[in-house]
Write a protein that binds this ligand. Structure first.
Ligand code: FES
Ligand code: FES
Length: 199
């Protein structure tokens, strides 16, 4: 009785081929996710590989979160997911399924700025403004959750946000100025921008 000869090289090649096919299939799957963004229920069809920053910008038109470094260093893409700051350039959109997401567009109430936005404006805490949405989201998250943070703690919390125009001192002043007025409600959307296009 003859048995087919086992060929380890061929076996490995077949395994690799089927693994590649499966992973490509997984990458191309288009799951539907539901999430609440700035108080609005949204339903999105995304790839498994779609980043949260791209889903927000490209599918919802929420361009406040910017992808700058793309590797979790600069903080320009910071949004709040389930009350915690995340780098949306490192977060898969599918992992936000069922989550509550707050972006910088959800801070204002129509044309009325959020108190921290107003403080940034008064302190001149930006120049080009590229980093500003990320700093605002980090500042809101910190002030809404920390009780009476010291200047050192604020500096430490904001270490993940970079400003290329070096407005750090003004940003720090604006955040420190608002710490008395902050409340946990700051993690709730306040109405959003009036310019936000209808769903
Ligand atoms: S773009 Fe996400 S941390 Fe820089
Ligand atoms: S204001 Fe320009 S990067 Fe911060």
């Amino acid at each position: 009785m003859s048995t087919a000869q086992f060929d380890p090289a061929r076996y490995k090649a077949e395994q690799r081929q089927s693994w590649n096919a499966a992973s490509q299939h997984e990458r191309d799957r288009m799951p539907e996710i539901r999430l609440t963004v700035n108080g609005r229920q949204e339903r999105l069809t995304v790839k498994n590989s779609t980043l949260l920053v791209n889903a927000l910008r490209d599918q919802l038109g929420l361009t406040g979160a910017r992808e700058a470094c793309g590797v979790g260093i600069c903080g320009a893409c910071t949004v709040i997911v389930n009350r915690r700051t995340v780098s949306s350039c490192l977060s898969l959109a599918v992992l936000a399924d069922g989550a509550e997401v707050l972006t910088v567009e959800g801070l204002s109430d129509g044309d009325r700025l959020h108190p921290l936005q107003q403080a940034f404006l008064e302190a001149g805490a930006f120049q080009c403004g590229y980093c500003t949405p990320g700093f605002l989201m980090s500042g809101v998250a910190l002030l809404a959750t920390a009780e009476d943070p010291s200047e050192e703690e604020v500096r430490h919390f904001l270490v993940g946000n970079l400003c290329r125009c070096t407005s750090y001192q003004e940003i720090l002043s604006a955040v420190m100025k608002m710490k008395e007025q902050a409340s946990p409600d700051w993690l709730q959307p306040r109405g959003g921008l009036s310019a936000r296009p209808p769903a």
